[in-house]
Design a protein around this ligand. Structure first.
Ligand SMILES: [Zn+2]
Length: 435
C-alpha cells in the first residue's frame, strides 16, 4: 500500500537529484514596511502590517529562495512561546492557505514552493509531538502546501561512535530510542493517512537519530514504508563532520531514487558534498538572522562578509535605557551622540566625511551602548562601501543604511540582502564563500 502511495505521487515532485539544490526559507513573519522613511524614521499612518508589508520575495527583484518552510507550531502558537502569528493572522492563514497568505504567486514568474513541517524544536520538551496525524495532514492539505513533513521528535544528543560502545557500558539513552521510535511510528501513520485521504502534497518522511548507524536505520524503515523524500532532522547543532558522517553512514541503505532534505542546515561550502550524498534541498534562517544576531558577520559579501555599524536608537536600546534610568548616562548626551553618528555616516556616504572622523564619533557613542572596540571592523566596512557594489534592491534603495545595525526595518532588510547574496553563492558553481 505504501509503495502504491509513492507511485501515485510520482508526477508531483518538483525537486530531483539532478537539479541545483533547493533552498527553503523558514518563515517567521519576516517582512518589512515599505512606507518606512529612513530619514525621519516614521511610517505611513495608513499602513496595515499584513497587507502592506513585504516579504523578501516581494521586496527583492528575484525571490532569494526556491520556497518557504512554514511550521504548524509557528502558525498555531499552540506550544508555549512558539507562535509567530497573531490570532488574526492564524485565522487568515487557515482561511487562505500558504500561497495566498504569503503571496507566493504575486511577485514573480518563478513558482515558489511551499513546504510544511511541525516545527519540532518548538515542542522538544514535550513527551511527544502534540499534534494528531490527522490535524497535521489538514494543515498541509488545506494550506495548499507542495510538501509536508511527517511529525517528528527531536533527539537531544549525538554520539558519533554510539554503536561502538561495549554492551552494557554507555548504553544508548532510552529517551533517544523512544524519540526515534515515535518518529518512525508517526511517519508510518502519516503516510497511511496521506494515502487513504489521497492528499495532493508530496509527503516527506522525517528521520531522527543519534549516530550515523541509527539515522541509517530510520532511513531504511521509512524507505520500506514507501517514502522517497526524507527530511533529516536533529542535525542543527551538529558539526559539519558529524553531518557528513550521518550522510555517509546512510549511503549503504539510501536508494538511488530517494531524495534527502537537511532540516535547518547552512553550510554553503559543503553543499556540493551534501549533494553527492543525496541531499536535494535544505532550509535555513541563518542568512537573515546573522544580519542582526551575529557579533561580526552581518552583511554577506564576496569574498568576505562585513560587520554592521551599531547605531542603536536611544529609546530602543535596553542597556542605554537601563543606564539612563539608573542615572549613569545622561539622556541628552546619548541623543546627541546618536544624532551625530547618523549625520556623520550620511556625510561619509555623500563623500564629505573621512572614515576616521566617522569612527571617532561611533566610538564616542559606543562607549555608552556597546563598550567593545569594533573600530577595525567598522573601518573595513566603511572603506569597502559594499552597498555601492551590490545590485540587490535593498542596497540600491537604502545606500549606507543597509549596514547600520539599527532597528528592525534596517536589520531585516540587511537580512534580505544576505538572502540575496546567499542565493548567489549557492547557485554559483565555484563559490568560495563560507558565511
Ligand atoms: Zn544588497
Amino acid at each position: 500500500m505504501f509503495r502504491h502511495a509513492c507511485l501515485r505521487l510520482a508526477p508531483l515532485p518538483c525537486v530531483n537529484r539532478n537539479q541545483v539544490m533547493k533552498f527553503f526559507f523558514p518563515d517567521s513573519s519576516d517582512f518589512v514596511d515599505p512606507s518606512f522613511d529612513f530619514l525621519t524614521e516614521e511610517r505611513s499612518r495608513s499602513r496595515v502590517r499584513q497587507r502592506d508589508d513585504k516579504y523578501a520575495h516581494e521586496l527583492l527583484d528575484k525571490p532569494p529562495y526556491d520556497g518557504v518552510l512554514v511550521s504548524k507550531a509557528a502558525v498555531d502558537g499552540s506550544v508555549s512561546g512558539s507562535g509567530k502569528y497573531t490570532v488574526a493572522q492564524k485565522l487568515r492563514f487557515y482561511r487562505e492557505g500558504v500561497r495566498k497568505f504569503m503571496r507566493l504567486d504575486d511577485s514573480s514568474s518563478q513558482h515558489l514552493l511551499a513546504m510544511g513541517d511541525c516545527g519540532a524544536f518548538a515542542y522538544v520538551n514535550e513527551p511527544e509531538p502534540p499534534y494528531r496525524t490527522e490535524e497535521v495532514l489538514d494543515f498541509y492539505e488545506s494550506g495548499q502546501f507542495d510538501f509536508g513533513v511527517s511529525p517528528d521528535h527531536v533527539i537531544l544528543g549525538f554520539d558519533l561512535n554510539a554503536e561502538n560502545s561495549l554492551p552494557g557500558i554507555d548504553a544508548i539513552n532510552p529517551d533517544w530510542i523512544y524519540r526515534q521510535q515515535i518518529t518512525i511510528e508517526r511517519a508510518a501513520e502519516f503516510l497511511a493517512c496521506h494515502n487513504s485521504r489521497r492528499c495532493k502534497f508530496e509527503p516527506i518522511g522525517a528521520i531522527q537519530g543519534w549516530s550515523p548507524t541509527s539515522y541509517a536505520k530510520s532511513l531504511n524503515a521509512l524507505q520500506k514504508m514507501g517514502y522517497r523524500y526524507i527530511a533529516v532532522g536533529g542535525v542543527v547543532p551538529l558539526k559539519t563532520k558529524e553531518i557528513l558522517a550521518v550522510l555517509q553512514g546512510m549511503q549503504n541503505v539510501l536508494l538511488k531514487e530517494t531524495k534527502l532534505h537537511l532540516l535547518g542546515v547552512t553550510r554553503p561550502e559543503f553543499l556540493e558534498e551534501f549533494k553527492k550524498l543525496g541531499v536535494v534541498s535544505f532550509d535555513s534562517t541563518a542568512p537573515l538572522q546573522r544580519a542582526f544576531k551575529d557579533s561580526r558577520v552581518n552583511y554577506f559579501a564576496d569574498p568576505e562578509p562585513f560587520t554592521a555599524i551599531r547605531v542603536p536608537q536611544v529609546e530602543g536600546n535596553p542597556r542605554l535605557q537601563r543606564n539612563i534610568k539608573a542615572g549613569k548616562i545622561d539622556q541628552g548626551k546619548a541623543f546627541d551622540l546618536e544624532g551625530k553618528c547618523l549625520s556623520a555616516l550620511r556625510r561619509f556616504d555623500a563623500g564629505s566625511e573621512s572614515v576616521e572622523s566617522v569612527i571617532a564619533v561611533l566610538l564616542d557613542y559606543a562607549e555608552l551602548h556597546d563598550p567593545v572596540d569594533r573600530s577595525s571592523a567598522y573601518r573595513k566596512t566603511l572603506e569597502a562601501r559594499p552597498w555601492k557594489n551590490c545590485e540587490c534592491a535593498v542596497c540600491r534603495n537604502l545606500g549606507i543604511d543597509v549596514v547600520l545595525f539599527r532597528g528592525a526595518e534596517r536589520n531585516r532588510r540587511r537580512g534580505f540582502h544576505n538572502l540575496h547574496a546567499f542565493r548567489r553563492c549557492i547557485t554559483s558553481p565555484h563559490s568560495p564563500h563560507s558565511f
